[in-house]
Structures are given as C-alpha cells and as structure tokens.
Write a protein that binds this ligand. Structure first.
Ligand code: BEZ
Ligand code: FE
Length: 300
C-alpha cells in the first residue's frame, strides 16, 4: 500500500504522531539543536510513511546500523563510509563550500589523511619509496583575483600502485604523503605517483550494501590535496585522471568536472622537467592550478 492509499483517518493518526514528536523538542534551549532535531524527525517520519516501512524492514535497518557501529573503531569509521556512499558527505561539502568565483572545488577528505605528514622541499618526491609510476605535479596557488599566494601549506597524500595507503599496511611505514609550501610566486612542484583506482574498505556492512545494489566500491584514481593559507578558506580536494573508466562511478560521488586533469604519459627516456633520471621508466605529468576563496567571503 502506498501513502496515498491510506484512509484520511489513518493519515491523520500518523500526522498526529509526527506533530507530537516534533513538539516534544519545542523547549530545546539551543535553537539550532531544536531545528536539527525537529527537521530530522519530520524527514524520518515522512520516509517511514512514504515507503510504508514494514517492521521487518525497520529491524533490518537497525541490524545494519548496529553492524556499522560494531565494525567502527578509531581507525575504521564505517559511519563516515556510509555517509560517503549515500552522497551525504559530498552534499555536506557542497553546502559548506559554496562556489565563490573560480575558487577550486572541494571534495571528500576520506579516511586516509594523517596529521604531521613529512615535510618535503619543492621538487622532492612525496612517494617516499612507494611502488608506482612517477608523476610530476606542478601548479600555482592563487586568490580569486589571480594574485599568487606564497607560503601556502600544501598537504598531499595518495595510495601506492596496489591501491593501498601507507596506513593500511599495518607496519608503520610512511609513504605517499607529505606537506610542502608554495614559493614566493605561489608556485609549487613535486614528484608523486600516478594515481591508481582502489576500492573503499568494503569488507564491512557498507561493502555489503554496495554489493546488494550492484554498485562498485572503487574510487576513481586521485591525488588528495589540503591547502591552507592565512585568510583563505581551507581547501580539501583531489585531482582525478582524465579519461579514467571509474570517473562516472566513483563510489563516494567525489568527482567534479573541474577536478579532472590531464595526466600526460611520457615514455621512458623522455627528459623530465627537473632533469631527474628515471632510466627506462615511464612517467606522467599534471598541472593543478589552485584558487583559494577568501575565508569570510560571505561577510566581506
Ligand atoms: C579516499 O579517497 O581515500 C576515500 C574517500 C572516501 C571513502 C573512502 C576512501
Ligand atoms: Fe583517496
């Protein structure tokens, strides 16, 4: 039975309950908390009523959320993963990173960022010995008027060529991550690895959910950035590889057209931008010009 097929009397009974629950929060001292809870109840009740949720289905949801909680640890945040695959993380990012002129778009942070990644000088290799194809990354950090932003802190992190981040190896290795600073002209460059596709952790309830709905757990290959500079909105983003087959099906909806970049392939022996000798190894290069929004542009 659909919601529209219920009798007027039944609909009134259901609405009366929703109204009563919403009213139970009327005296919440914090107005924002009151608004968050009353709106949550309104949507949750609307969902139950619209889909005519059976008690069996309600139990299945509770069992699923219980499993999400059971697998969650300090290192494994299955609730965030659930938010990611439902697109809730990206929607929250969209709401909180309103487009401002041509400022670079934000995307998900993901679970593999680590504070205090090693410092590297401009031109160094953030790979730190991780296996993978070398990739030269260069670009600039500017404001929305085109002025260079010197000394911006640029955090970068990425998976190795097996699709694993260092912290997934359980042996304390540190590779594929670093921080560096833009120079006086706002320019930066470093060596990294060409990004590879990898699945989000899919051995838990979220993985089962994706399997049940025939969705891939794979993320489109990417290189993570977090860019901070005084007076500017912190940018958390990635760049993606143009032409990659996973772009349209990224499991966490993180891809934005403006973040898809050309990772040009070079045969072994091609001279590298900084004269590094890579022998016969193939390599790539990519340019990513970053534009930061002012921190408080809404109040400016
Ligand atoms: C990642 O990019 O590393 C990631 C993002 C969201 C969920 C899982 C992984
Ligand atoms: Fe990632």
């Amino acid at each position: 039975m659909s919601e529209s097929e219920t009798t007027a009397e039944q609909a009134a009974r259901e609405q009366e309950l929703t109204d009563r629950v919403i009213a139970s929060f009327d005296h919440t001292r914090n107005p924002r908390l009151r608004y968050l809870l009353q709106t949550l109840v309104r949507y949750a009740h609307a969902y139950v009523r619209e889909v005519r949720l059976t008690e069996e289905e309600w139990n299945a949801w509770i069992g699923f959320l219980t499993d999400v909680g059971r697998i969650t640890t300090d290192w494994r945040q299955e609730f965030v993963l659930l938010s990611d695959v439902l697109g809730v993380s990206m929607q929250t990012i969209a709401v909180n990173n309103e487009a401002y002129n041509d400022a670079t778009e934000a995307t998900v942070l993901g679970p593999f960022f680590v504070n205090d990644a090693p410092f590297v000088e401009l031109g160094d290799d953030i790979g730190g010995g991780a296996p993978g194809e070398p990739c030269w990354v260069e670009g600039s950090v500017r404001d929305t008027s085109g002025n260079p932003i010197p000394n911006a802190r640029i955090e970068v992190w990425e998976a190795d060529d097996e699709g694993l981040y260092d912290i997934q190896h359980d042996d304390g290795r540190v590779y594929g991550r670093a921080h560096l600073f833009s120079d006086v002209n706002g320019e930066y460059h470093f060596w990294a690895l060409s990004p590879t596709p990898y699945p989000i952790p899919d051995d838990g309830p979220v993985g089962k959910l994706l399997d049940a709905v025939d969705r891939t757990p794979y993320r489109a290959p990417h290189l993570h950035f977090m860019v901070t500079a005084d007076g500017y909105r912190t940018l958390v983003t990635h760049i993606f590889v143009r032409g990659d087959e996973h772009l349209a099906t990224d499991s966490v909806f993180g891809v934005r057209d403006s973040l898809i970049k050309e990772f040009a392939s070079h045969p072994g022996g091609d001279p590298t931008p900084d004269g590094r000798d890579l022998g016969d190894a193939t390599w790539r290069d990519v340019r990513f010009d970053i534009v930061l929004a002012p921190r408080d542009f809404r109040t400016a």
